[in-house]
Design a binder for this molecule. Structure first.
Ligand code: NAD
Length: 502
């Protein structure tokens, strides 16, 4: 693993676009250094896709959709291709996990056991799903049949973030392809390594032009893609501010959109909960993925009766997290994605203190390393729900704890958020669990469990956490047009107007 990092330092990869079945010629492209956040060394050079390259990618996807065989492929043919992609990702799982860890700083144990298997499974899931899903038929009256079918939407722009680059982009690719679309994929300019490698690995599995790749900054490549008249929809995962800008572009062309945006999820721990389970899960949902998770349950509400003990244990365990090189076994927290993200952590720690929160641990740059964008895992006890650390998405290893007394009070506070992605509830009381789950204004509620993703269900957010849902029916709604066909099987009785002319 270390040898792979050394290799990349000696000869960084060249990241290019992929259009109509060929990697593009990078001459003349703006070059962006892709940095390993652990070493601060360049591991790749990204050749930015210009508006012209984006145009060629969209045209290739358009031609593949309008004239190519993929949109007309049988279910069995699409299944075969999706399963082949699943297999090739699994066959290269170790290589992809190492690349993902080098590029993101996320511990290898997590990229190896969660991110890459999940990326592969997305393709398998949709291969199986399209075999089961279908349309609907209604009869209004004898002789009249209404048929609802789901047809591919066309050219999908698929834009991914840096915090789970392959897993989240693969979810979009698998859904778009399963329903017969072609696509133009744009990974984050910070983390293009694994998506680019997968595009290389799947060469030959799909007809040319069905999958195209563009690489570059949001303001350049991303804007060119979402404002291109040739796309039919954009599926975006990223920040809420970016999502709003993209929606603005799509609105001009009345294009479809699916938005998986930010979160600030409440994790409510009632005094009757299984203490150890709730504590393990609070640690996980605050610090997995280096805390850089849309679904982080890092706004932790603890009932007063157990608050001292819970906060004390949470603080001790946070202090004990193993910070270090994410390629090394046993590392629990790697570096932040970049310097800006590390500085953001420090600013939130300062703002928390200025607004009256107590620092339980962390709050500073982690300096026991020679290089890397490390930040100490941080926990703060907040005096109220109104301060920035309880309101804004921090997107790092940073938990804001609050103490509560009453169920109604905590539900109100949990819902006092612009976001509505996930809610976590810990209690032994079934009625309370059901009441709280139904009162939370979030797309997903997890009761007595940390995050579990079941692709048969939808994942997405209320409020500013997004539009649409990813997963079985949600992805079908996102990547298909619903068509209604009404067929008369017998002559219809209708008013005969204009008969004076007869
Ligand atoms: P980001 O919004 O900065 O960037 C996401 C992607 O959008 C990148 O590929 C970027 O290049 C592109 N982009 C930026 N500006 C663009 C523009 N104007 N037009 C088109 N594309 C543009 O997000 P990020 O920092 O990469 O990711 C972190 C955010 O993603 C967090 O807010 C997190 O909550 C969110 N996220 C949400 C989910 C979810 O499922 N809801 C999952 C993961 C991450």
């Amino acid at each position: 693993m270390q040898h792979r990092r050394d290799e990349l330092n000696r000869s960084p990869l060249l990241i290019r676009g992929y259009v109509a079945g060929q990697f593009t010629d990078p001459s003349g492209a703006a070059e962006i250094a892709v940095i390993d956040p652990t070493t601060e060394q360049r591991v790749a050079t990204l050749c930015e896709s210009s508006a012209d390259e984006v145009d060629r990618a969209v045209v290739a996807a358009r031609q593949a959709f309008d004239a190519g065989p993929w949109g007309r492929a049988t279910v069995a043919e699409r299944q075969k291709a999706l399963l082949a992609i699943h297999d090739v990702i699994l066959a290269h799982a170790d290589e992809l996990a190492v690349l993902e860890t080098i590029n993101t700083g996320i511990p290898l144990s997590q990229t190896r056991h969660v991110h890459i298997p999940r990326a592969a499974y997305n393709f398998r899931f949709f291969a199986e799903y399209i075999n089961q899903s279908g349309g609907e038929v209604f009869t209004q009256e004898p002789g009249l049949m209404s048929m609802v079918t789901y047809e591919p939407i066309g050219v999908c722009a698929l834009i991914g973030p840096w915090n789970m680059p392959l897993g989240l982009t693969a979810m979009k690719m698998a859904g778009a392809l399963a329903f017969g679309n072609s696509c133009v994929v744009k990974p984050s300019e910070l983390t293009p390594l694994t998506v680019t490698r997968v595009v290389e690995l799947i060469e030959g599995i799909l007809p040319k032009g069905v999958v195209n790749l563009v690489n570059g900054r949001g303001q350049v490549t991303g804007t060119a893609l979402v404002s291109h008249p040739g796309i039919d929809m954009a599926s975006f995962t990223g920040g809420t501010v970016t999502g709003a800008a993209i929606l603005g572009s799509l609105a001009k062309g009345i294009k479809g959109s699916a938005m998986e945006l930010g979160g600030k999820s409440a994790n409510i721990v009632f005094a009757d909960a299984d203490f150890d389970q709730a504590l393990d899960a609070a640690m996980m949902s605050s610090f997995m993925n280096n805390g850089q998770m849309c679904l982080a349950g890092s706004r932790i509400f603890v009932e007063r009766k157990i608050a001292d003990r819970f906060i004390d244990s949470f603080t001790r365990r946070t202090k004990a997290l193993k910070i270090g090189d994410p390629l090394v076994d046993g590392t629990e927290i790697g570096p932040m994605i970049n310097q800006a993200q590390r500085e953001r952590m420090a600013r939130y720690a300062e703002s928390g203190i200025a607004e009256g929160a107590s620092l339980l641990c962390g709050g500073h740059r982690y300096s026991n390393v020679n290089a890397g964008y490390f930040f100490e895992p941080t926990a703060m006890l907040a005096p109220s729900n109104d301060i920035a650390i309880c309101r804004e998405e921090i997107f790092g290893p940073f938990a804001a704890l609050q103490v509560f007394d009453e169920e109604e009070e905590v539900i109100t506070k949990a819902n006092e958020s612009e976001f509505g992605l996930v809610g976590y509830v810990w209690t032994d009381n079934l009625e309370r669990a059901m009441r709280t789950a139904s009162a939370l204004r979030t797309g997903t509620v997890l009761v007595n469990t940390p995050i579990v993703r079941d692709l048969r269900t939808g994942f997405g957010g209320y409020k500013q956490s997004g539009l649409g849902r990813e997963g079985a029916k949600g992805s079908q709604a996102m990547f298909t047009e619903m068509k209604t066909t009404i067929i008369a099987r017998a002559p219809r009785t209708m008013p005969r107007i204009g008969m004076a002319g007869e």
